[in-house]
Ligand binder design. Structure first.
Ligand SMILES: NC(=O)c1ccc[n+]([C@@H]2O[C@H](COP(=O)([O-])OP(=O)(O)OC[C@H]3O[C@@H](n4cnc5c(N)ncnc54)[C@H](OP(=O)(O)O)[C@@H]3O)[C@@H](O)[C@H]2O)c1
Length: 248
């Protein structure tokens, strides 16, 4: 039985992850998200699926001054964090954000700053616990800035770099840090895009994600795996070609 803290628990991928984790265990969950009503629905569903205890906490994660108390409360409740998944984020409207500082900051705070400050609080606790796995949902968008989403991509690149350092910090404390670089996943975040062969369902991601947690993996993982090769090519493209690829 695992004690699992989920930050951004209303995310479609986070929900699929929680359900998948119950396939062979009766876990305890502490769910943090900003939609109280939806959190209750998710909690009830997880209980029906065999979860032991499910606690919920409604909070806007961009309210940074709450972070320490939020994590303190979660620890008091669960006592221990076996697994932590950080799943909140927004795609935002790139074109509009280019001319609007408020929107730019919203994208950066949701995908990077809030995650960094929460992870600082979580790391302090888990360092003392001396075990556990932290997973954060990053994106292939952070591998190279693209015309269509470079504000979002820059925040994902920042969290990926943050996690690379956090992994080194927590290595001595036996805490694993997973950076999950995902490609296209069919969730509410991407509802406006037409889907093609490169698209994946949250349930497929969740299956691989739970396996990474169960096997205490440490490091950066592309999900699905083939994005490693796609992004290798994208990263290697010379600028004089890449700059002409406006459609990306
Ligand atoms: N879908 C993809 O193709 C894809 C690809 C790569 C990476 N990712 C990353 O995967 C993660 C999960 O996304 P998803 O695909 O599961 O999309 P999703 O279902 O739209 O989940 C995003 C969640 O983040 C929550 N959130 C955003 N800002 C928040 C805040 N300030 N406070 C609390 N909650 C907040 C949203 O809550 P509300 O519902 O209340 O708005 C929503 O539940 C994100 O970090 C995303 O960037 C997704």
């Amino acid at each position: 039985m695992k004690k699992i803290l989920i930050i951004g628990a209303t995310s479609a991928i986070a929900q699929a992850f929680c359900k998948r984790s119950l396939h062979n265990a009766q876990n305890d969950f502490y769910l943090i998200g900003r939609n109280a009503e939806q959190l209750e629905l998710i909690a009830n569903d997880l209980k029906v699926r065999g979860a032991q205890n499910v606690f919920v906490e409604a909070a806007d994660l961009n309210t940074f001054e709450q972070h320490e108390k939020l994590i303190e409360k979660a620890q008091n409740c669960l006592k221990n964090f076996d697994w932590v998944l950080v799943a909140h984020g927004v795609l935002g409207d790139q074109k509009s954000a280019e001319h609007n500082s408020h929107q730019t900051l919203e994208i950066i705070h949701s995908n990077y700053t809030s995650q960094a400050t929460l992870l600082n609080c979580i790391a302090d606790k888990m360092e003392k616990m001396g075990s556990g796995v932290i997973g954060v949902l990053s994106s292939v968008a952070g591998d190279r800035g693209r015309r269509s989403n470079y504000i979002y991509g820059s925040a994902k690149a920042a969290i990926t770099t943050f996690l690379s350092g956090l992994r080194v910090r927590l290595f001595k404390s036996n805490v694993q840090v997973l950076t999950i670089k995902m490609g296209f996943v069919d969730t509410p975040m991407t509802a406006q895009f037409s889907k093609g062969p490169l698209w994946t369902k949250p349930e497929t991601i969740a299956m691989e994600l739970v396996s990474l947690f169960e096997n205490k993996k440490n490091g950066e993982y592309y999900l699905p795996f083939f994005w490693r090769y796609i992004m290798l090519v994208i990263r290697l493209l010379p600028s004089f070609i890449f700059n002409k690829m406006n459609f990306l």
